[in-house]
Design a protein around this ligand. Structure first.
Ligand code: ATP
Ligand code: MG
Length: 378
């Protein structure tokens, strides 16, 4: 397909035979309602893999199928070569950390961590050793004798994680792991969680609706929409080379235009859109056809803004600054074009824009390079 040739990115999450965790044609219906459509994913050992998507798209349902809390309507789940489908949750080498952490309030930190090990009938000495390892891993040795209510939200989360990892599961499942934390603590815990998971070496599938969280934590992301996986890739691939309008719009902000292919040459295409006077020129190998309806997307940080007209013939527009949003390290300029389209351009605040004196109501030019955008056909 043109989009894939253009972006050089294929759906690389397809279940091969080499994945540590393989989800093969898994489908989940509730009374005829399809919550998860036939899904194939292959996840490598040691990955932190994120299921990302809006509310109700089926993330938790797919995760719960992995944990054994839901039974797939069809399809198979393999972990380390073993079929999981017929095993109840407690017999799977899998642990799911719940959003509320579900810590036992009357037990100390170390008793919470030891709980599963005791149930498995390990010796006192083996339990003591393992609990010590886990406390070191999550850096809570000093708080071992405290009860959950004497801990901060972040500390409670680390206890829950230590408890989940104590039995050495092959797969760790996290459903909205940051859900109970406030915004500032979230970003700190995201990095701590990644450190702990990577140190333990466990393979992890996490669910989040927060694109920043997925981008920060995951080695790869599966972007979900209405029970379907739309794209699988590294955070970088999904951000730089979205393969659909949905993916481009879901992750980060984007200037998106609907248009038609005007010229289709071997090494470039031009696109005309009612939103812009100048044509869009794309200098990388898309194979479309003349007249084909396409969308073109360019990220705000790839757009230049200037008072002088850029010398290039394509990829530029003149408009009026309507709004400037300040974000500390950068500002986002909203530029209203004569067509009515509102264009977003980021400006790094270490640049000398202030001295150029661009401000509300000014006429400015926005422009971008030949290779800065993506053409999308789906
Ligand atoms: N036990 C159930 N019975 C019937 N429908 C269900 C059941 N569980 C989930 N669903 C439906 O399946 C769809 C997917 O739900 P799911 O919980 O997987 O969404 P999600 O992506 O995790 O959303 P959120 O981000 O809001 O948690 C929803 O429409 C939901 O109403
Ligand atoms: Mg959910």
């Amino acid at each position: 397909m043109a989009t894939e040739q253009l972006n050089g990115t294929m759906q690389n999450g397809k279940a091969g035979t080499d994945g540590y965790l393989r989800i093969v044609d898994v489908r989940k219906e509730f009374d005829g309602f399809v919550a998860v459509e036939d899904t194939d994913l292959s996840i490598r050992k040691g990955e932190i893999f994120a299921l990302l998507g809006g509310s109700g798209c089926g993330k938790s349902t797919l995760l719960r199928c992995l944990g054994g809390f839901e039974k797939p309507t069809s399809g198979k789940i393999y972990l380390d070569g073993q079929v999981m489908n017929d095993l109840p949750p407690y017999e799977r080498p899998i642990n799911m950390m719940f959003q509320s952490y579900a810590l036992f309030p009357h037990m100390t930190v170390e008793q919470n961590i030891a709980f599963g090990l005791k149930q498995d009938g390990l010796s006192k000495e083996a339990i003591r050793k393992r609990v010590e390892e886990m406390l070191a891993l999550v850096q809570l040795g000093k708080l071992a004798k405290r009860k959950p209510h004497q801990l901060s939200g972040g500390q409670q989360q680390r206890v829950a994680l230590a408890r989940s990892l104590a039995k050495g599961p092959k797969l760790l499942l996290l459903d909205e792991p940051m859900g109970a934390l406030d915004k500032k603590l979230r970003s700190q815990m995201q990095l701590e969680l990644v450190n702990i998971i990577e140190t333990s070496g466990v393979t992890c599938v996490m669910v989040t609706h927060d694109q920043e969280e997925a981008m920060t934590m995951a080695t790869r992301i599966a972007l979900m929409d209405s029970g379907r996986i739309r794209q699988v890739g590294t955070p970088d691939e999904i951000y730089e080379s979205p393969t659909s309008r949905f993916a481009a719009g879901f992750i980060g902000s984007v200037n998106m235009f609907e248009g038609k292919v005007e010229e289709d040459m071997a090494d470039y295409v031009t696109i005309v859109t009612p939103a812009l006077d100048a044509a869009i020129y794309v200098g990388h190998g898309i194979s479309g056809f003349e007249g084909q309806e396409v969308s073109f997307g360019v990220r705000p940080e790839k757009v230049n803004i200037s008072k002088e007209e850029p010398t290039q013939q394509y990829n530029k527009a003149r408009g009026k600054i309507e709004d400037i949003a300040y974000f500390g390290s950068h500002s986002v300029f909203h530029v209203r074009l004569p067509s009515g389209y509102k264009f977003m351009a980021n400006f790094a605040n270490q640049q000398r824009w202030a001295s150029e004196g661009m401000t509300w109501g000014d006429e400015v030019w926005v422009s971008w390079g030949d290779n800065e955008g993506v053409v999308l056909t789906s």
